[in-house]
Structures are given as structure tokens and as C-alpha cells.
Design a protein around this ligand. Structure first.
Ligand SMILES: [Mg+2]
Length: 170
């Protein structure tokens, strides 16, 4: 397929967000012990610099980098921050610093509210890699190509099946 843009979500796609919340906050955000967003965001706010201690998901940086080698600046980040009422005004800067540290300062980081993600669809060639089924459905409803992320190997094979090639593949 003709790629116009490939957008990567951050939390639980590039960043091991679930693991960082567990390690830093002692909280679960998935499964039967999952805490509410109120508790989660309050904990992150108290900690500060949350992303500075958050680790990448193994294999995800390599996935991103191999797509960048092939598609260059058409590969970007599209990540959401909590609405202003959550009182986390520095979280966006924290995310940009994480991308700079692990992927380099030249990578464009688009920071939006969650509901704004579909406004980045320019057509079928706009690809979103995201672990949220809600985000993927909204993206596809807007006419884009969504890839529901579970792990880097699965994402690679879905990309491959769509004809999205990597550096070193034909
Ligand atoms: Mg996510």
C-alpha cells in the first residue's frame, strides 16, 4: 500500500506503560484489580517525571526504527495526554523527552487529546499503530488504516500483510 504517514501510539506500544505504573505507582491498570483513572492520574501527578523512569517495550524501538529507515519522516508519534482537568500539564513534555532519549530529537511527536487522534487521518495511507481498540475503530471510521498493537512481532506481520515494508525487506 501507499504509505502517507505511519503514526505510533506511545503507551503500551513504545513505552511499557502498564509495567511502569506497576513498578512506580504499585498499581494495576488492566484486569480485575485495575484502578480508576482518578487514582492512576493522581499517582502519576504525585510522582512527577513519570516517563523518565519508564522503559521501552522490548522490540518496539527496533520496529519504529526499521520503519523510519524505510519511510523516514513519514513515521511519527501520535500520543494522547489527559484532559487539562487532570492537572498534568508537564506530561506532554515528559513524553517528548522520552522520545528524544530513545528515538532521537528529529522524531515528530504529536500530542493530542484522545478524541483528537482521528483528525490526523488523511486517507487510507494514514496508518495508526495503537493498542486501544477504541482508537483503532475511530481511526478506521475516519478512513484510515488501523493496526491493533499487541506485540512487535505481531505488528510486523500485520504491516507485512498490508504491503508495508521494512528496511532490508522487499
Ligand atoms: Mg496506548
Amino acid at each position: 500500500m501507499e504509505v502517507e504517514r505511519i503514526y505510533f501510539d506511545m503507551d503500551d506500544v513504545l513505552v511499557d506503560f502498564t509495567g511502569a505504573v506497576r513498578d512506580q505507582c504499585g498499581l494495576e491498570i488492566k484486569g480485575e484489580n485495575a484502578v480508576s483513572d482518578d487514582i492512576l492520574f493522581e499517582s502519576i501527578r504525585i510522582l512527577g517525571d513519570f516517563y523518565q523512569r519508564a522503559k521501552p517495550i522490548p522490540g518496539s524501538l527496533e520496529l519504529f526504527t526499521s520503519l523510519r529507515k524505510r519511510y523516514g519522516d513519514r513515521v511519527e508519534i501520535l500520543t494522547a495526554v489527559p484532559k487539562p482537568s487532570r492537572n498534568l500539564p508537564k506530561l506532554g513534555d515528559d513524553k517528548v523527552a522520552w522520545v528524544g532519549r530513545y528515538l532521537g530529537d528529529s522524531v515528530r511527536v504529536n500530542i493530542v487529546l484522545r478524541r483528537e487522534k482521528p483528525s490526523y487521518v488523511g486517507g487510507k495511507g494514514s496508518v495508526l499503530i495503537d493498542d486501544s481498540i477504541g482508537n483503532i475503530r475511530a481511526w478506521e471510521d475516519a478512513g484510515g488504516t488501523g493496526i491493533l498493537f499487541t506485540d512487535p512481532a505481531s505488528a510486523r506481520s500485520i504491516l507485512d500483510s498490508l504491503g508495508i515494508r521494512f528496511d532490508g525487506t522487499t
